[in-house]
Design a protein around this ligand. Structure first.
Ligand SMILES: Nc1ncnc2c1ncn2[C@@H]1O[C@H](COP(=O)(O)OP(=O)(O)OP(=O)(O)O)[C@@H](O)[C@H]1O
Length: 343
């Protein structure tokens, strides 16, 4: 478990003070994949670097497995550093050393016997799918392969926590997917807690259990990935969600709707759980004698749960529309009127 309690980080830049973190309270439970998302400058790197003591908070505490890390002795700090692996956007490999040597490095530094290093590096390279690349140099490999080496190296000391600093930001979408699959496998098979920072909401949707949105050094919203994606509260969170769950209507359609007049009401209907599979739209149309025009629709999966999102135009008697909306709301779906859709 990782806990941030009132963590503040202020940098001194000449005479200017830069408030990178302003009182962060977060708890990352053991075994979960926790994502922190924010735009550039939000404070993500500063936050993740406090966990492995690359930065110290100006105020507040970071606790790992319940222990305040600022109070550790130097022996305990060495032990804690072994317990926390980290991977980086630009991999941070030693280009003059072979793949084998890069992965072996943390074990060499820990004075591990040579035959044990050999066995362990072989197992790690097998695990990340690079068993046949041990004698190559990083420059001979692709970005995805380099990140796999970074991951193998981070796992060499058997950590219980893995920190990922924009680990897929330099990779193409297909390679990103394969690295995210590998991170999920690490989490599931070894029960390693993963704390990742990213500016890509797709990464959060793909593998995280929980997410916190960071803005100007503050957590503006946090929760389960399902809740945040289906009901984002803050404008910044809504922007991030829209970046991957694009439900913008085409301009021509918007014009058409605006020209259609005031008896056309447009609603967003969100289906979760059991309501996803039900023929709610046709039932409502029949029962309340309404024409329902589906302008946009998709069904996706979030954290293994189905989630549907429809934008529907209701055409008909106003009183019947209101009755229909109540019926939809009573059936495990949420409804909201789409106002100023174009903005
Ligand atoms: N060592 C430093 N000295 C002075 N200012 C710093 C230092 N490190 C970060 N900052 C400033 O702190 C703020 C937060 O930076 P940080 O790198 O933590 O944000 P970030 O969300 O990771 O951004 P990015 O995605 O661009 O790396 C920024 O204004 C940054 O310029």
């Amino acid at each position: 478990m990782i806990q941030f309690e009132g963590v503040t980080k202020t940098y001194q830049s000449g005479k200017q003070e830069i408030h990178a973190l302003n009182g962060i309270d977060l708890t990352v439970e053991t075994g979960e994949i926790f994502g922190v998302i924010g735009f550039s400058g939000a404070g993500k790197s500063s936050l993740i670097r406090t966990v492995n003591l690359l930065e110290r908070p100006t105020k507040g505490l970071v606790k790992i497995h319940g222990k305040d890390i600022s109070t550790l002795s130097s022996k305990e700090i060495r032990k804690t550093r072994k317990d926390i692996g980290m991977i980086f956007q630009h991999f941070n490999l030693l280009n003059s050393k072979t793949v084998f040597h890069n992965v072996a490095m943390p074990l060499i530094l820990a004075n591990t016997p040579k035959d044990k290093i050999k066995d362990q590096v072989k197992n790690l390279l097998d695990f990340v799918g690079l068993a046949d690349q041990a004698q190559k140099y990083p420059d001979q490999l692709s970005g995805g392969q380099k990140q796999r080496i970074g991951i193998a190296r981070a796992l060499a000391t058997n950590p219980s926590v893995l920190l990922c600093d924009e680990a897929t930001s330099a990779l193409d979408p297909q390679t990103t997917q394969s690295i995210l699959d590998l991170l999920r496998k690490i989490n599931r098979e070894y029960n390693i807690t993963i704390l990742l920072i990213t500016h890509e909401m797709g990464v959060i949707r793909e593998i995280c259990d929980k997410v916190a949105v960071l803005e100007a050094g503050k957590v503006i919203e946090q929760g389960s990935v399902f809740d945040i994606f289906t009901n984002p509260q803050q404008p910044t969170t809504q922007r991030f969600v829209r970046s991957v769950m694009n439900d913008e209507l085409p301009e021509s359609l918007l014009q058409q709707i605006q020209n259609a007049g005031s008896n056309h009401s447009i609603y967003r209907i969100q289906f979760h759980g059991k309501s996803v599979g039900r023929p709610l739209i046709s039932q409502v149309s029949r029962e309340f004698n309404l024409d329902l025009n589906v302008l946009f629709g998709n069904i996706t999966e979030l954290q293994g749960r189905p989630y549907g999102n429809l934008i529907v135009e209701f055409i008909g008697d106003r009183a019947e529309i209101i009755r229909a909306l109540t019926a939809i709301q009573n059936s495990d779906a949420t409804v909201e009127e789409v106002q100023n859709y174009a903005s």
